[in-house]
Design a protein. Structure first.
Length: 64
């Protein structure tokens, strides 16, 4: 994926802003390294301002 993206990076720059292109290149490079070294981890963080609110870990919005 990274090689294909790098070959078409100029097209991506035309379609998206430079921050997005840089972020996507970093993401693909980090995925590539994760696959190579078999060290992939997924984290999900939920930051809330109001600690008394119930957690919004429901996925009802997906089914709407």
């Amino acid at each position: 994926w990274l090689d294909r993206f790098l070959k078409n990076k100029d097209k991506a720059k035309y379609l998206y802003n430079k921050e997005f292109v840089r972020m996507w290149e970093f993401y693909l490079a980090s995925c590539s390294a994760g696959f190579k070294f078999r060290d992939l981890v997924v984290y999900q963080l939920q930051l809330v301002k109001n600690f008394t609110a119930p957690p919004s870990n429901r996925r009802n919005y997906i089914y709407q």
